[in-house]
Design a protein around this ligand. Structure first.
Ligand code: XIL
Length: 395
């Protein structure tokens, strides 16, 4: 009798254990599929495959993605993109935080991922006024460096970083954002200490460090008339001195209604007519109302207001269509100029990763890319595919 009771108890215990296990598995499966997030289907062509005969399609990666803390990110990147750039990892403050300290951890992993996947890796960026520590411009007593000392520091930095990735990073944003909105030189510390030829020097050092890498001048709003004139002046004067700039990078942090398509089209044509390749290097389309801020200087900030964050809960279908149309129009211009455009890089893998959630106003919910926060293609994705000249086979 006692053994029968013990048996029954054991059976019941086993039954409950199995049921609990089964329930847990079901909850997990339902949970995962309810989020709508699935591993990228690598058998299907990705965005890059549709454009394989047109231009490279790139994206900017961060540490969460590269180190696999987001387990979906790298497969997704490999499916859709054939070019990558570090969103922050190669900026001076990240890769060279102290005079004698370099931190290559993230940049190395990013480059290794790009090499494994046969991607065109872009280095961003060597000389910039933002995300560059103060010490770069100062001596050990905090006094401004002399021109020669700053040039030496620039050279050492460029030689170390470009040298490390020689043959792997195929193109460098050598100078980023050297211009003001009116087309005059930005009065950065680079400019103040070295003078106008800091740009020339940066290009010379980069060319010497890796003669085979492509070298770019990268900036925002250089599609607009005044700033475009400034950019043309810079690259022409380099050209006159025999210094080759391989391409102009138009960042492309754009809006639903500006800049106009004509302005973008004209600017690409003008750079191309001067003999430069053009790259759209940091594409996103802001969908939120903006505080009174022009351009994409990361030093500018606006304060939070609910009116500036209308799509915090969801992004309505009507707006998806507006965004889709804007992306389609932009890609029609890029495809039309495919003889001069060699790469279009998006600034962020999906909406949740976009810097535009926190700039110029902290804590908003932007929807400016082709994929939503669950890695699902938005109507803008299909709209972009409509612009592919001839459907091509998967690479
Ligand atoms: C942004 C990054 O996306 C952010 O994560 C960072 O906090 C600030 O910089 N122009 C550039 C990019 O050239 O490097 C900037 O990236 C966006 C504007």
């Amino acid at each position: 009798m006692i053994s029968e009771i013990t048996n029954t108890m054991n059976n019941l215990r086993a039954y409950f254990f199995k049921s609990a296990l089964l329930m847990a598995i079901i909850v997990c499966i339902v949970g995962i599929s309810c989020t709508g997030i699935q591993k990228a289907d690598l058998s299907e062509p990705g965005l890059k495959d549709h454009f394989s005969d047109v231009f490279l399609i790139g994206n900017a990666l961060n540490g969460t993605q590269v180190f696999g803390r987001d387990s979906l990110a790298l497969d997704f990147t490999a499916k859709h993109f054939n070019s990558i750039v570090a969103e922050n990892a190669m900026k001076w403050g990240e890769i060279h935080p102290q005079p004698d300290t370099f931190d290559f951890t993230l940049a190395d992993s990013l480059v290794a991922f790009g090499m494994r996947n046969d991607m065109f890796i872009v280095g961003h960026c060597l000389v910039w006024h933002s995300q560059t520590p103060r010490w770069v411009f100062e001596d050990s007593l905090g006094k401004p460096l002399t021109r020669d000392a700053l040039l030496q520091r620039m050279k050492d930095h460029i030689f170390t970083v470009v040298g490390r990735y020689k043959g792997k990073v195929k193109g460098w944003d050598v100078v980023n954002e050297a211009l003001e909105e009116d087309g005059q030189m930005r009065k950065s510390r680079w400019f103040a200490i070295i003078g106008e030829d800091y740009i020339q020097k940066a290009f010379e050092f980069a060319r010497e460090a890796d003669p085979d890498a492509e070298l770019y001048y990268n900036d925002y709003n250089i599609e607009l008339k005044d700033k475009r004139e400034g950019a043309v002046k810079i690259i022409k004067s380099l050209q006159e001195k025999g210094i080759k700039v391989d391409a102009v990078g138009i960042q492309g942090h754009w809006h639903l209604d500006s800049p106009s398509l004509d302005v973008i089209d004209e600017s690409i044509a003008e750079y191309a007519a001067l003999g430069y390749k053009v790259m759209i290097t940091e594409l996103d389309v802001n969908v939120l109302p903006e505080p009174n801020i022009v351009g994409a200087d990361i030093a500018q900030h606006g304060s939070y207001d609910e009116k500036l964050n209308p799509y915090a809960e969801s992004f309505p279908d009507s707006m998806q269509q507006v965004l889709a149309k804007r992306y389609e129009d932009l890609f029609r211009i890029f495809v039309k100029n495919d003889s001069s455009i060699t790469r279009v890089t998006f600034w962020g893998l999906h909406d949740g990763y976009s810097w535009k959630n926190n700039w110029p106003v902290l804590g908003r919910t932007n929807h400016c890319l082709l994929f939503d926060r669950n890695y699902q293609a938005k109507p803008a994705y299909d709209a972009v595919l409509k612009t592919v000249p001839i459907q091509t086979e998967t690479k």
